[in-house]
Design a protein around this ligand. Sequence first.
Ligand SMILES: Nc1ncnc2c1ncn2[C@@H]1O[C@H](COP(=O)(O)OP(=O)(O)OP(=O)(O)O)[C@@H](O)[C@H]1O
Ligand SMILES: [Mg+2]
Length: 292
Amino acid sequence: MKTNRLVMDLLQNQNDRSNPAEILVKILGFSAREKDSEINRKLMKTLLLKYSDSEKKLVELNNLKNKFLGIAAHDLRNPLSSILGLTEMLLDESMGPLNDEQKDFIAMMYSASEQMLALLNDLLDISAIESGKLDIRQIEGSLYNLVKERISLTQIIADKKDIKINMVLQEVPEFEFDAARVSQVIDNLISNAVKFSQPESAIHVLLETAGNVARVSVRDEGPGISPEDQKNMFGEFQKLSAKPTAGEKSTGLGLSIAKKIILAHGGKIDVENAPEKGAIFWFTLPMKGNTA
Ligand SMILES: Nc1ncnc2c1ncn2[C@@H]1O[C@H](COP(=O)(O)OP(=O)(O)OP(=O)(O)O)[C@@H](O)[C@H]1O
Ligand SMILES: [Mg+2]
């Protein structure tokens, strides 16, 4: 009797504030005791209605969040670019000479603005990716040249920590990929290897092919990845147990963006621990359009 009253309450009260999981627990309790299939059927219908309602609301809220994130990041980018341009002019001393202290202060303003711009660009990427608007423009090009170019550019940040980037690059026939987006992935993997390793260590970049797939891997001699961290490695805003070793910035967005870029190309990205020490981050790209 008592159970029946509870069931009826639940059915009549469509505005019941219990969450779907609580209702499910109630249903499981009822169905264990009740043999009345009509009641169970109605309960299931109520549950499904509530589920689809909450799901709709979640999707709407998530879209709103992405839209807001996109607008905010986009509209902040222009004024920030002006600040960057103006501080650069001041630093160049094209507006007149500066004393050492003024130069130091303006250099700090410049680097803070650069970091803000990088964060805004990451937020714009996340917003675009989440709302399904990540634009991947795949054009035939040389992955070999691209990897070489990115290594020489990131060697500049590695030099600051006396880290040497070794490379073993196999010549790869040209195929279709988005060079700007793949650069973003390579830069993040190499800059992570630099950021989370001790000075005077080494990084090893490998480019090879297997069948119709190109594979790039970046091995470092840093702390490696714990099994716990491995699970969260490619999620958003994941700053895990490895911390930058020389005060570099860490937002925890790079790998989540990298994963979306590689998946959009039909490739794979993952990490494993190196046999000695350190981590090996790797990704693959199908060599689309390659007829060689
Ligand atoms: N090579 C690595 N060795 C050890 N831990 C790493 C390595 N690369 C990444 N991690 C861990 O994974 C986390 C996420 O990396 P991710 O590139 O997404 O973010 P980030 O480098 O902290 O910031 P961002 O890339 O947004 O500037 C890092 O904060 C770090 O804890
Ligand atoms: Mg990173």
